[in-house]
Design a protein around this ligand. Structure first.
Ligand code: G1P
Ligand code: ZN
Length: 544
């Protein structure tokens, strides 16, 4: 193999965000060596991968296949012994994590911008996952960024494009490139965790569900597992064909963007169960008939019912949630006598806790739920977990959640997103809040009193690493909370996220509509942060 050394110059904007490097697709296409710089900076930040295995796959969005061909050549030139690539260049994020772990790969690249829209005028992204199958921790992402600031060359080689359409193996010099079935390893893992017979029997009894693939990666996975393996009727999976532009949609499984599914589940005679996943397959939304399960509640319900599911029958080591996620799972942890860890936003913070055996289940309010079966959140896994619970408990989704609230109380919860606001103004707003934080304690807000306010920081209990500036919290004496943070996954302007939560133990008040139940706290959030003054918006773009 003829290794070619190509001269290049740094870009100053290659610091990975909450989940990898995300930019407009055109940035990757039009800025010379933009992808190559990031990939080489990653390789140059790592040690000991010579002769080892690299996994590469993506969510199928525009630019996916081209990027894969580039990465495969660079991996060969940099000395990897083997590259595993998903057929058609596809691998959902959780499947990539599964493959990295199963084949003990050194690491992997996932090409995705998750739930961000795809296409030449939309978003593209790349993320490096480490040996444990999880997103690279901060010390690696920071090293990648530092390398990207002084990069002078990258390594590649002359080689024909890989045939991504066929499972099989080829050589580039000493490197074996294997195109693998992107579904089978993942499906096999799911079969080990869940009672497939019970779920099969559930479908046989006439139970109906609707799964929305949103024209993104999970369509083929859901078809194979739900319809073929578990016998759900054909047509259970809608929008199942992955498209390079995700059908022009916004593949984020929430009440706003999973429009078709929401119409079905809130329409006449809906199926018993509804679910959706996002662009790269790591998020999930759970719906019952005319009923939405907030992701925070979903995590709590899974934790409370875990021992009914084969993969978790021996109980949970512990649980974790990101700081802005509601404390619903904390109530369950308390009842189970296990620890609940509170981490900053982003999946990378869960990895250490899982590797150290401190937690089994974890989740985020942003439609992410997962367990230690992989090191990513996992959309279809959450759906199968729910199916398994429904099959065993023989109750409706709503009945399960209502019963849960009865027992543990309800953490009434909402998130308001203000998308596409001016970045500098949004940062000013946060700074202004930060400056005033210390004046808030003891202040009365209606019948509530502010207990404390801070900018969340986290010390990893496993390796002692510290993350600061993770979101401004205003905590009230009764456990209510308001959290403000700026998104770290956007590619344009800024997105302000405001998270609002109130605990309600009284079950006669559990049926109050969420926005109504939280209205005073929402009004206070607007006034204290001066949202309208700084963002020019009086209403959020998306409410979840
Ligand atoms: C968002 C979510 C976060 C999630 C991440 C990746 O990040 O809020 O929970 O881990 O996407 O899916 P943010 O845009 O808020 O930084
Ligand atoms: Zn995602």
């Amino acid at each position: 193999m003829d290794i070619k050394t190509i001269a290049t110059t740094p870009y100053d904007d290659q610091r990975p965000g909450t989940s990898g490097l995300r930019k407009k697709t055109r940035v990757f296409l039009e800025k010379p060596n933009y992808l190559e710089n990031f990939v080489q900076s990653t390789f140059d930040s790592l040690e000991g991968f010579k002769g080892k295995t690299l996994v590469v796959g993506g969510d199928g969005r525009y630019g996916n296949k081209r990027a894969i061909q580039t990465i495969v050549r660079m991996a060969a030139a940099n000395g990897f012994g083997r590259v595993l690539v998903g057929k058609y260049g596809l691998l959902s994020t959780p499947a990539a994590s599964c493959v990295i772990r199963k084949y003990q790969a050194f690491g992997g690249f996932i090409l995705s911008a998750s739930h961000n829209p795809a296409g030449i005028d939309e978003d593209f992204g790349i993320k490096y996952n480490a040996t444990n199958g999880g997103p690279a921790p901060e010390k690696i992402t920071e090293a990648i960024y530092q390398h990207s600031q002084r990069i002078e060359r990258y390594l590649t080689c002359e080689a024909e494009d890989i045939h991504l359409e066929k499972v099989g193996s080829t050589q580039i010099g000493d490197t074996e490139v294997v195109v693998i079935n992107p579904i089978s390893d993942y499906a096999e893992l799911m079969q080990k965790l869940f009672d497939f017979d019970a779920i099969r029997a559930l479908f046989q009894s006439g139970f109906r569900m609707c799964f929305d693939g949103m024209h993104a990666i999970t369509g083929p996975y859901a078809k194979a597992i739900l319809e073929k393996e578990l016998g759900a009727p054909q047509g259970t999976v809608i929008n199942h064909m992955p498209r390079p532009d995700f059908g022009g949609g916004h593949p984020d499984p929430n009440l706003t963007y999973a429009e078709k599914l929401v119409k079905i589940m809130f329409g006449p005679k809906p199926p018993e169960f509804g679910a959706a996943s996002d662009g790269d397959g790591d998020r999930n939304m759970i719906l019952g008939q005319h009923f939405f399960v907030t992701p925070s509640d979903s995590l709590a319900v899974l934790a409370a019912n875990a021992t009914r599911v084969p993969g978790y029958k021996d109980g949970l080591a512990g649980v974790a949630r990101s700081m802005p996620t509601s404390a619903a799972v904390d109530q369950v942890a308390k009842a189970l006598g296990i620890t609940c860890y509170e981490t900053p936003t982003g999946w990378k913070f869960f990895g250490n806790l899982m590797d150290a055996g401190k937690i089994t289940l974890c989740g985020e309010e942003s439609f992410g739920t997962g367990s230690d079966h992989v090191r990513e959140k996992d959309g279809l896994w959450a759906v199968l977990f729910w199916l398994n619970i429904l099959a065993v408990r023989k109750m409706s989704v709503e009945a399960i959640v209502q019963e849960h609230w009865q027992k543990y109380g309800r953490n009434i919860y909402t998130r308001h997103d203000f998308e596409g606001v001016d970045k500098a103004r949004a940062e000013d707003m946060m700074q202004n809040l930060r400056n005033r934080m210390h004046t808030l304690p003891d202040r009365a807000v209606g019948t509530l009193r502010i207990a404390y306010s801070d900018d969340f920081s986290y010390t990893d209990p496993v390796d002692g690493s510290k993350a600061t500036g993770q979101g401004i919290r205003i905590q009230f004496n009764d456990g209510s909370r308001i959290v403000f943070r700026l998104s770290g996954t956007g590619t344009e302007g800024a997105t302000l996220r405001v998270y609002i939560e109130r605990y309600e133990a009284d079950s006669t008040k559990h049926q109050t509509e969420t926005q109504t139940a939280l209205k005073d706290l929402i009004a206070f959030a607007h006034s204290i942060a001066e949202i309208e003054k700084y963002t020019g918006r009086s209403k959020p773009t998306v409410i979840t």
